[in-house]
Structures are given as structure tokens and as C-alpha cells.
Design a protein. Sequence first.
Length: 373
Amino acid sequence: MAQEALTPLTFSAPISAHGTSPDTGYPLQVVYFGTPPFAARILDDLSTDQQVRILAVVTQPDRPCGRGRTCKPSAVKEAALKTGYPVLQPETLKDPAVVAALEAFQADFFIVAAYGLIFPETLLNLPIHGCLNVHASLLPRYRGASPIQAALLAGDPATGITIMRMAKGMDTGPILLQRAMGIDINDTAQTLHDNLAAQGGRLLLETLARHRAGTLVALEQDHSLATYAPRLTKDMGLIDWNQPARVVHDHIRAMHPWPGAYFFLPGENQTKRKVAVHPGQIGEPLASKSAVDAPQDAGKPEPGTFIDMHGDMLAIACRDKAYLVRHFHPSDAKRMDAQAFRCGYLRQFCPGDRLCLGLNEPDGSDGPPPEES
């Protein structure tokens, strides 16, 4: 991970709603909303602030997951129970009884990080000082559900964390603090997630400290610059080898670990097998003899073509360069290295054969659950 920028952005526009107040000598009363590991890490950091009292933690209900469809608590629920915080798991925040229960806390702040359910407008004015949101992008860029993946898909050199005051629209509220962080070319959605979660916790604590000191200022977003990051779906993992190798690389790392990047391998009797691809690296241009260990006059291979083994990696042709993959995960087997995949699944293929079929054809299978590297 590249070195993060340590200087936060500060703004001159004062907060118009709720305002900010100097330290009153008592801990800030907070209700925390979150669900996945990103939010659990931020909750852990918030728990270390002696000037904050967490009244309750609100998270999504336990959901069935995995092949056995066993109900599992959210990462935030697990973190809250370890610390002894009361946990609320409403199906919806629109239930009048839920609204009344939240209002009864008389909290200074509601703090929201990747909660995952609609946050109704009726809740925004319940806390004394409003609702804060921890968002994993430099707003107004990448509003929405998957900002981490969106930054990787775009090949951005940097992203960051925004602490904003929540407003009626999705991620439209005024910005309180932002901090940028570089993106390494080998970052995946998992590694970037982990680093942004750590950054988010630190920036949230700084935001609350500035609130207590009476120095917190805000800036309205430039809505004309807004872009959006839609929720990920499984079919978004399908690799298009017709793209340049850098675009393929950005796609594969953005999809890791979920939903996972994959292609379809042709099999016998016109069948095909789903194969997940773990992030690899970009090879040299296809015209280069050293890139593919092939004669210079062999011609430029078609995208999706099996080129050959390149050390311990298997080279697959993209539009301009080879993409080198070290690990594969066929739908009917465990994760394996490139050599094992070559021996077990490519015995009927020769260098120059096209491996990747059905760029736009679903096979009706969800395939294997992606694994973390």
C-alpha cells in the first residue's frame, strides 16, 4: 500500500445544521450503526475513545450464509457482543417502534458505517448533533454501495475516507473531514478495504475530537461532480479478455474476494466450466518474444488464448498484453496453482488454443465461493 496522505482537508464553510459545541466535560452519547467487517473495525476504534459512550449498536439481522445456509451474525454484532454493547437488529428502521426506541436514547450522534439498509429521513434529526457517516471514497466521487471496487475498476491512483453529515439524499451530505490514501497497483478490494477501515476509524475519532473542541467545519459537496458506485452482483465478475491487460487486472483485483473474477473454460460435448481467477500481474506486450516465449513471427494471439506457462504463472492473452495468473479456482475443485491447473484442466489444450468462451453467456452456476489470498 502506498503511503497515505496525513493532512486532512479542512474547509471554511461552517456547519449550518445542528452546529458544533465546545467540550462540555461529559462523554458524547452515541448510537452506532454498521454491519460488515469494515464497520466492525471502525467500531473497535470508536470503543477506544474515552470521551465517547456507545449507548447501543444497531446492525442487520442474522442472515443465512454459506453452502449450509446457516444463520450467522454480522461482524458488527460479534464485535459489539465482545465489548458488551446492547445490540439492536431491526428488519427495518422505518418501524415506528424502532424510531421511538432510537429517539429514547437522546444521543448526541448517530454514527453510520456501511449499515446496508435504508436510513430513513425521520432518523436524521433525532440526535442532538445529527448523523455522521463514514464513507470509503473521496466524495462526491463514488457515492453508493461499492466505492472501494469502483476506485479499483477505474484504475484510480488514490482514494480515501470521507466523514460527512448525513442528509436526505444518498451520500449527499456536507463533508466534515476527508483524508486521501494511495492505491497500489497490486491492491485488491480486500487489501484496500482493510486499509480504508483503519483510516476510517482514525478519521472518525479526529472528527469527534474537533467537535468537542468546537473547531469542526464543513463543506457542501459539489453535486455536479458526483459519480456513483452501484451494488455488486455476481455476474459482474465475468472477465472480458478483449480489454487491455491493465483493465483486466483492475477488474480482477476489484472483484477479489467477492464476487470473484471468472471465465468459462470449454469442456467436452460443448459444455463449459466456470473458473475463478485470482489476481495476477500484467505481462509484456504480446508482440514481445520475451513476454510469451514464442517465436516472433507466431502472430498476435486472440484475446482469451492460452499462451503458455511463464515461470509458475499461466499466460492468457488480452487485447495488448499477456495476463499472468498464478492461482485458479475451478467450480468443481479447490483453489490450485497454475501448474496444477495446466496439468489437470488444460491437457487437451495447446498453446494458441482459445480457453475463455462465453464472454456474455451465463452457465447457470454460482461457482465456488471466492477465497481470500
